[in-house]
Design a protein around this ligand. Structure first.
Ligand code: ZN
Length: 234
C-alpha cells in the first residue's frame, strides 16, 4: 500500500518532475527513482510516529556507502492503518547523511540465527532541521516550491567529503539560525556549547568553527568581509 501511494502521489523533491518511478521488484536499497534527474530514494514506512532513531540495515555497509557517496536518499512515511491515509511524509537528502548520523547497534546475541551481525540506526534527532524536508505534515501538504527550495538550499554539502560533512552541516545550520544576512565571528563562536555537545570528541571547537567558515567560503556560501565579519552569498 505504501509503495503504491508513493507511486501515485509523490513527486521529486530534487527537481521539477511530478513523478517518481518504482524500481523493479527485488532491487536492493533503492525503491524509487526520479525519471528526470535520476535521484534515487529508499522508502521507509511505519504506522507509529517516528522517534529519535530509525532502524536500518547492516552498519558497516551503510557507513561505507555514505563514505563512497553511494547511499540513497530516504523517504519516510507515517501512515494510519484504519483510515488508510498518510499523516507524515518527509525526505532526508543524502547530502545530509554523514557518519555521525549512523549509530551502531549491539551485535546480535550468540543465540540469534545471525549471531554477531551488527545493524545500525539512523539518528533522526542528530540531523539538523534542514536535513528533514517535510512534504506532508500532520496530513497537510507543504507547498511544493518550498519543499524543492529546502532540498536545494543545502545541496552544496554534496561537495564536502562525507567524513567532514557533519561539521560543515552543523556549523552552517548554526549560523543560519542567526537569521541575519551578515554576522560576526563572535556570533559563530556563540554556538560553541551546542557544537561541543554534537561533537564530544573534539576539544578544539573554536578553531574547528573557523575552519568550517573557510570551507563555507570556498563553497561560495559565505564571503569574508574582514575583521571577523561574514556575509551570506546564498
Ligand atoms: Zn528529480
Amino acid at each position: 500500500m505504501t509503495q503504491s501511494w508513493v507511486g501515485e502521489n509523490a513527486y521529486c523533491p530534487a527537481c521539477a518532475s511530478e513523478y517518481l518511478e518504482p524500481t523493479p521488484e527485488g532491487t536492493p536499497v533503492v525503491d524509487f527513482i526520479c525519471p528526470k534527474c535520476k535521484t534515487d530514494f529508499q522508502l521507509k514506512s511505519q504506522s507509529k510516529p517516528f522517534s529519535a532513531r530509525i532502524v536500518d540495515g547492516a552498519y558497516r555497509p551503510m557507513v561505507n556507502s555514505i563514505l563512497e557517496g553511494k547511499a540513497p536518499n530516504f523517504l519516510l512515511m507515517k501512515y494510519n492503518v484504519e483510515k488508510l491515509s498518510v499523516n507524515d511524509f518527509f525526505a532526508i537528502p543524502k547530502h545530509f547523511l554523514f557518519p555521525e548520523v549512523i549509530e551502531k547497534r549491539k551485535p546480535l546475541s550468540d543465540s540469534a540465527r545471525r549471531a554477531g551481525w551488527v545493524g545500525c540506526n539512523i539518528l533522526l534527532h542528530r540531523l539538523p532541521e534542514e536535513g528533514k524536508v517535510s512534504i506532508l505534515k500532520d496530513g497537510s501538504e507543504i507547498n511544493k516550491s518550498e519543499v524543492r527550495k529546502k532540498w536545494q538550499s543545502f545541496k552544496i554539502l554534496s561537495d564536502v567529503k562525507p567524513e567532514s560533512r557533519g561539521w560543515t552541516a552543523d556549523v552552517l545550520s548554526c549560523v543560519r539560525k542567526l537569521e541575519k544576512p551578515q554576522f560576526k565571528l563572535s556570533d559563530a563562536y556563540s554556538f560553541e556549547p551546542e557544537l561541543s555537545k554534537l561533537h564530544p570528541d573534539n576539544k578544539n571547537v573554536l578553531p574547528k568553527i573557523r575552519q568550517q567558515l573557510q570551507i563555507l567560503r570556498d563553497l561560495g556560501v559565505l564571503e569574508f568581509l574582514g575583521n571577523g565579519n561574514y556575509k551570506f552569498l546564498r
